[in-house]
Design a protein around this ligand. Structure first.
Ligand SMILES: Cc1cc2nc3c(=O)[nH]c(=O)nc-3n(C[C@H](O)[C@H](O)[C@H](O)COP(=O)(O)O)c2cc1C
Length: 493
């Protein structure tokens, strides 16, 4: 066991809160002065299925579930401050999860205080409190199995003696600290917190005790935090609801207006591409009784972070952030991909982006490919486009003469993805693609000549179709769209 250098004494922590304790809230709490930030409880069964992915665009580490959902997102800024809380009733699974996140977090915590049925029916949360052998097995396994500190969070038992006795047994597992929520398992958040129980525990063990449960009646501002600590004789204090309502409760200089806090929260949510529903949920918690105000209604109606940003007058910030992220995405894609052809299964790939400004108006690589196929008496090129869920980007594969071509880079629209795949095909086959500055190509020359013709040639009809298509770009396609219908093909040249 190595407790590391992380201290649990004299600290103020953001408590674990499902849905609330995601990255934007944790960063905000740190900005305002929290020493430690717990993530929301994450269930071991879900976490063991996750893959650790470095997100170079957002500069985060993401733990992604098989259904592509980001279960846990973290970043360097909080690496030494974030406590990963898990829900578990299984020592081996707990260890597997702890090892998965160990490099990216400051400590591991086990939730032994959740009274909700979804936790207790699996033997997790408060259910663990009536199975001390299981508690011991889980904590010992974690303490010996990972190199970062291990902690747990409990509720109090029916008597002081039982609570103290359990905590003394827990202390022997080698954990670094224990958070005590001073309520019985049947008590609701509105019930007064039992400071005397926390005090008894703090006096009976030598590991730091983190007092929790004071939000409603005791802690409203930063000045109250020390009062709560004194009332419980604990080493430290952990805040849930007070921080959820106004995270600036951690500020030693005093509370900020909640409007300022909401705006700062939203900036982090946009910057870290937080799920819009999560952003919305957290903002609604901050709005509290103003949730039915015009702003509250706008937030509730919003479906995307863009719409939420609009409600707060942050559309410019939102757009700038998106542009910055897109530029970074493009740069990273370009630098990480080879520009020479590479086989991906039976598909010939190159790292190519379609840049509209590199082509004259009304000229596209798809047109060049179509012209060439006709001249060669080949079937029309067939495009198949897919869209991925994480950023809704598109990738297209074009089939020409039974060979498939694709750009390994993803594009922001179906139209661009098709153009990129056409460029790959043209470059691999060594055919002109119509780019500005490219050696004079047959098509461009023909176009110039046909500018003076009666407009009945096949090329000219293609040109007309193209112009029409530019004026009425079709909506994004469904995933896994099949080969284009001939009219669609013409319409999207
Ligand atoms: C929205 C919400 C979500 C919570 N989720 C968790 C959780 O994931 N894990 C946990 O141990 N406790 C959770 N709790 C309980 C809090 O961490 C804390 O123990 C409780 O709210 C009492 O502290 P307070 O008086 O400062 O609010 C949650 C509380 C709230 C309000």
């Amino acid at each position: 066991m190595a407790a590391g250098r992380l201290s649990f004494r004299n600290i103020t922590a953001l408590a674990p809160m499902v849905r609330v304790g995601t990255l934007p809230m944790r960063l905000l709490a740190l900005d305002y002065g929290a020493d430690l930030v717990y993530c929301e409880e994450l269930i071991d069964l879900k976490m063991v299925q996750c893959q650790r992915v470095v997100n170079e665009v957002l500069e985060t580490v993401d733990f992604i579930a098989p259904d592509d959902r980001v279960m846990f997102r973290t970043c360097m800024r909080e690496k030494d401050r974030v406590v990963f809380q898990m829900g578990t009733a299984d020592p081996d699974r707990a260890l597997a999860v702890a090892r998965l996140v160990e490099k990216d977090v400051a400590a591991i915590d086990v939730n032994m205080g959740c009274p909700k049925e979804y936790s207790t029916k699996g033997g997790m949360g408060v259910a663990l409190l009536s199975d001390p052998d299981k508690i011991e097995a889980i904590l010992k396994k974690l303490v010996t199995g990972v190199s970062i500190p291990v902690t747990c969070k409990i509720r109090i038992l029916p008597s002081v003696e039982e609570t103290v006795s359990l905590v003394q047994r827990i202390e022997k597992t080698g954990i670094a600290a224990i958070a005590v929520h001073g309520r019985f398992k049947e008590e609701r958040p509105r019930h007064p917190v039992h400071c005397d129980y926390i005090q008894a525990v703090a006096g009976a063990v030598s590991i730091p005790v983190i007092a929790n449960g004071g939000s409603l009646d005791l802690v409203r501002t930063h000045a109250d935090v020390e009062e709560f600590r004194k009332a419980t004789s604990a080493s430290s204090v952990m805040l849930a609801r007070a921080a959820m309502w106004n995270a600036s409760v951690f500020r030693s200089q005093g509370l900020l207006p909640v409007e300022t806090v909401m705006e700062e929260y939203l900036r982090y949510a946009v910057q870290y591409d937080n799920h819009a529903f999560n952003t919305k949920y957290c903002l609604c918690q901050m709005l509290r009784d103003k949730v039915e105000s015009p702003l509250g209604k706008q937030v509730q109606a919003a479906q995307t972070n863009a719409e939420i940003s609009e409600a707060y007058g942050l559309q410019e910030f939102y757009q700038q952030t998106q542009d910055r992220l897109q530029t970074k995405r493009d740069t990273l894609q370009r630098s990480s991909q080879p520009s020479c052809p590479v086989m991906d299964g039976d598909i010939i790939t190159m790292a190519i982006k379609f840049e509209r400004r590199e082509y004259p108006p009304q000229i596209t690589p798809k047109m060049f490919l179509l012209e060439w196929s006709r001249r060669e008496k080949l079937e029309q090129p067939r495009y198949k486009t897919v869209q991925r869920s994480q950023d809704r980007a598109f990738q297209s594969t074009v089939t020409v003469a039974k060979k498939k071509y694709r750009s390994s880079l993803w594009e922001k629209s179906k139209k661009f993805a098709e153009q990129a795949s056409a460029i790959v095909c043209l470059r691999v086959l060594g055919i002109p693609e119509g780019r500005l500055g490219e050696d004079d190509s047959g098509l461009v020359c023909k176009r110039k000549r046909e500018g003076r013709s009666n407009g009945n040639s096949e090329e000219e009809r293609g040109k007309k179709l193209h112009v029409e298509a530019e004026a009425s770009e079709p909506a994004a396609p469904a995933e896994g769209e099949g080969p284009n219908h001939p009219t669609q093909l013409a319409g999207t040249l």
